[in-house]
Design a protein around this ligand. Sequence first.
Ligand SMILES: [Zn+2]
Length: 280
Amino acid sequence: MIIDIHTHVFPDHMAAKVLDKLSRLSRSIAFTDGTLDGLRRSMDQAGIDRSIVLPVATNDHQVEKINDLSARSNEKIADVIYFGAMHPDFTNYVDELSRIARLGLKGIKIHPIYQETDIDAIKFLRILDRAAELGLIVIAHAGLDIGFPGVVRCSPMMIRRAVDRIGDFKFVAAHMGGWRNWDEVPTSLADTKIFIDTAFSTGRIVPRGDCHWNEKDLRMLDGDQFMKFVDAFGADRILFGTDSPWSAQSESKKFIEGLPLDDDDRSKILGGNAQKLLAQ
Ligand SMILES: [Zn+2]
């Protein structure tokens, strides 16, 4: 079972517009048309059995609407599983997180940069605490964001502080624990129990043709660097994710398949770990 723990889709009527905006901001190209159908075509082509869609609430008014939509989608389809959303400004987070659990959503996505709040600030800590109580998975954008140069609201050390406060819970630090904060990740986080996902962290960024890039900025983690994360965290705590549409699911999967891992570890990273986490 191959599971992509980190994908994005947008409602059909706005997908083209959102993708265009984000592609300009990130100066990189999208590999699907941003719709659910587009994601499913990509899964077919890449041989991916399940994708997890992570919606981000960019303001508190969107939270309930997104969660309703996610629950409705999950009733209709099985191969694409939507998570819920939460925003640090959503004041009734206690009840809404309970409702998320009751709706059968497995977890929430938070994005400290888009949501302009530090992961170790009280507004997030109280959400993490409640999510932990309910057994919800929390996937957080970690490290830098390609669209917001220099802004970090979820560094490896900030995650460390948050996890130390909350205790053991189902937390996934996306982008190998902190996008382009990779040097700090193993030292800050390897001795915790959190998971990291591989989304948009391996191989090379594919730039938009109309943007300037320095060659060295296109490089993300190579195989040797990736294996150091496996040594530090163990294969049990790494989840395959792609950030589709922002990388090609097929290429991201090929990267993992090409690593010098034993079969057991490879299948854990590509889906076994996620299957276990989602089943809990
Ligand atoms: Zn993402």
